[in-house]
Design a protein around this ligand. Sequence first.
Ligand SMILES: Cc1ncc(COP(=O)(O)O)c(C=O)c1O
Length: 420
Amino acid sequence: MASKALPFTKQKIEEILEEYPTPFYLYDENGILENARKFKEAFGILEGFKEYFAIKALPNPYIMKILKKEGFGVDCSSLPELILAEKVGIVGENIMFSSNDTPAEEFIKAKELGAIINLDDISHIQYLEETAGLPDLICFRYNPGALKQGNIFIGNPEEAKYGFTREQLFEGYRILAEKGVKRFGIHTMVASNELDPQYFIETARILFEVIAEISEKLGIRFEFANLGGGIGIPYKPDQNPVSYDVIAKGVKKEYDRIIEAKGLSPLKIFLECGRVITGPYGYLITSVRHLKHTYKDYVGTDACMANLMRPGMYGAYHHITVLGKEDITPTHKYDVTGSLCENNDKFAIDRMLPDVERGDTLAIHDAGAHGHAMGFNYNGKLRSAEILLRKDGSFIKIRRAETVDDYFATLDFETLKSFE
Ligand SMILES: Cc1ncc(COP(=O)(O)O)c(C=O)c1O
């Protein structure tokens, strides 16, 4: 299989290792910036376009600040994420709040920040009204059910827990209009890690058609359509990145054909992508701790599934480069493992790599989204530090590694002493 280029050298990693031990995440600021600008330029052909970076993918305030400077908003899904946005100075309609099974305090905080609230269910209209009060602008998440095929990551829309049915959408907007709400948005997200641009164009068409029908039937005017996130990235070296231009031009064509033609413009177009914004620009850097030869050959690393759970959870492919051995032909088949007491704690299975030795450093690619963020503490494992490789080649720590004290912070050992 072909290789994947790295934006840093082995020497640079050795420099970082003098200050920070493995495992750690390393993010490439240059890559994030160049991609963000390409993204904005491509989708900028769409009416009032804005990207709300889904911070669940990489909830680090330093990364958020970089993206804020590029004009991105954020998509939040919980109270801590709302507070994080506030701390970065992202407030008001620069926040899209898309959650489900939402508690009252989250609606209250979202309303206090002036965020755009995206409701996941028709019953939440009353709940929101009773808890936080109805804001001027409300959005509903549409689940198109059988109208749309899902993919393996998010499942079939009809089986998915998210969103309103088509009938509920009509009823929901009617209720809002009756209650005096004046500004309306609509949202959908039916795929995750999807590499086919047609999928997003088709989603836009479905959304534009339902907007046209609702507008006509209820006489309301939509301000925006949020096409969600879910644009995939080429985890495997032989896959190609999704063309932003193809999606943007395809969505524009559907916009002109449906929205423009029916006199429903201006309708602003939003996205809330996470993975494609930062995914390819983050690496889990880990050292080889042990080599084990039993029925198979194992490379045991100092990272584990608690640092990056995608391979263990969905068998996801993450490319691995052995630093300094980039030009050596991979002749050896390994399982690359972590130290959890779980047999699926494997970053790679039957992966061809050059001969690996103890002390080698590995870069696990495409870990910049849904990577560190999905970390957990099972087996008493601690989450690693996050380091940002800056545009000028310098590096800074943007999150320290967890310590044993962090792990124990929720326990009261004093009370334990007198506990019988
Ligand atoms: C509501 C919502 N928006 C956006 C995203 C971001 O998805 P992705 O990172 O695949 O673009 C997610 C991911 O789970 C989501 O649930």
